[in-house]
Design a protein around this ligand. Structure first.
Ligand code: NDP
Ligand code: HSE
Length: 440
């Protein structure tokens, strides 16, 4: 860190950038465009000191000049002339090792790496606390949408009961393209990759791992508890068909991949806290605010005892939206560095995780059955035997059979799964379609 002699008020903070792909490249561009304005507003000059990449020969353009590029990321985090590290490489290693080395060298770290935070967040938070420097990660939950800072600061005194949202831009883009344009799943995924929304391995997006990591991060902050990626139940969207979408729309719902983090109990001996975190495709009733979130947009719906319902909405993926959140964190960390302070990562005790079998929802089921007397009664009897109450039922004639579409009242996952197993075993049931949880 240095003080500019021409203007004693201006402090220069040298940034070590690890990764210069979709997000890192956008950050370099934005620093070039906004650096002077940031300096005028904060008195801090953000100067890129080095950029670590995998391939130094790739042509990157803009401010990522050859003189700044290096393939030696370890040297960047060890360089005494670098004040702050931004990690936008992704994945667990070498990102974990590099961040730990930076923190050990008392350099604040900004990262957008949800996979790493959800798997090793406690280790990184402990290292940041030990070094008394910032570890900031706004971009890791919902890219441009400010949700971490509101949860850790504005809502710190709130009794948050549920955080529920669309937190993966790739899957929301795919589902929107399938719903509105009848697009093919694979084509929509390719488009999402070309637009820079998808992870290096898009399985993380479409199978719900990415949303699960974000849910674990948000649950940890919202509930002041330790929640890791392995605590999250997840299902992805790769089994959702055009027919499922058409059924849902006809019934007045949109299919969305939701991440849901809930706190159960009231913290008393009689009802100790438990946390449930799950990611799955859901049928969201058309008039729910989350139903209208389209394309790569994300939204996070927070429910608190006193604040009531809050919704945070915006761009959940893409280079510049993500770099916008990274830049906000960078300015914050640079200011803290100048003032010699930091924001501790809020921590908390380990809270028991409620298994998915014990969590409840309403459900949508569709069955292909023999169109014969007594079949409906037999099917309804299976629901009743497992204590699952039917809220609505529709029958549609097929060629030689019938399709029954059910929406249930709230039931536990255990009861709905055993209902499904028994229904599938009936001779009169010829096919069990996709089961979806219903959010109204
Ligand atoms: P990219 O794959 O586009 O960029 C990764 C960058 O890291 C590349 O510049 C690559 O170098 C560099 N890199 C890879 N391995 C190394 C290494 N061992 N040492 C030094 N550099 C390395 O990823 P994104 O920019 O899309 O994502 C970065 C992070 O941001 C990830 O954690 C991601 O999950 C997160 N994120 C991304 C969002 C998005 O919309 N893209 C949104 C929110 C978060 P090279 O260029 O030479 O290949
Ligand atoms: N792959 C992620 C998504 C990037 O599609 O949402 C943003 O975290």
């Amino acid at each position: 860190m240095s003080t500019d002699t021409a203007d004693a008020q201006v402090r220069t903070i040298r940034v070590g950038l690890l990764g210069c792909g979709t997000v890192g490249g956008a950050l370099v561009d934005m620093l070039g465009e906004r650096g002077a304005d940031i300096e005028a507003r904060t008195g801090i000059r953000l100067e890129i000191g080095a950029i670590a990449v995998r391939s130094a020969s790739k042509n990157r353009g803009g401010g990522a000049t050859a003189g700044l590029l290096t393939t030696d990321a370890r040297a960047v985090v060890a360089d005494p002339d670098i004040d702050v590290i931004v990690e936008v490489i992704g994945g667990i290693e070498p990102a974990r090792e590099l961040i730990l080395a930076a923190l050990a060298n008392r350099k604040p770290v900004i990262t957008a790496n949800k996979e790493l935070l959800a798997n090793c967040g406690q280790e990184l938070a402990d290292a940041a606390a030990e070094a008394r420097v910032d570890l900031l990660f706004e971009a890791a939950a919902a890219a441009a949408i400010p949700i971490i800072r509101p949860l850790r600061e504005s809502l710190l005194g709130e009794d948050v009961s549920r955080v529920m949202g669309i937190v993966n831009g790739t899957t929301n883009y795919i589902l929107t393209q399938m719903t509105e344009l009848g697009a093919d799943y694979a084509d929509a995924l390719t488009e999402a990759q070309n637009l820079g929304y998808a992870e290096r391995d898009p399985t993380a997006d479409v199978e719900g791992y990415d949303a699960g990591a974000k849910a674990a991060i948000m649950a940890s902050i919202a509930f002041g508890a330790k929640v890791a990626a392995g605590d999250v139940y997840h299902e992805g969207i790769s089994n959702i068909s055009a027919a499922d979408i058409a059924f849902a729309n006809r019934l007045g719902y949109q299919i969305k991949l939701l991440a849901i983090a809930e706190r159960f109990g009231d913290g008393t001996d009689a009802a100790p806290y438990e946390i449930g975190v799950r990611v799955h495709p859901s049928m969201v009733v058309d008039d729910h605010p989350l139903a209208s979130v389209r394309g790569s947009f994300n939204a996070v719906f927070v429910e608190g005892a006193d604040a009531g319902e809050l919704m945070f909405y915006g761009r959940g993926a893409g280079g510049r939206p993500t770099a916008s959140a990274v830049l906000g964190d960078l300015i914050d960390a640079a200011g803290n560095r100048v003032r010699e302070t930091y924001h501790p990562v809020p921590g908390g005790p380990a809270v028991p995780i409620r298994p998915i079998d014990d969590q409840s929802s309403a459900y949508y089921l569709n069955l292909e059955v023999a169109d014969a007397p007594g079949v409906l009664a037999e099917v309804a009897g299976v629901f009743g035997a497992h204590g699952v109450s039917i809220r609505s039922m529709e029958q549609e004639g097929l060629d030689a059979e019938a399709r029954l579409v059910f929406v249930t009242h709230e039931a536990t996952e255990r009861d709905i799964q055993s209902t499904l197993a028994d229904l599938a075993a009936l001779d009169a049931v010829h096919g069990v379609g996709t089961m979806l949880r219903v959010i109204s």
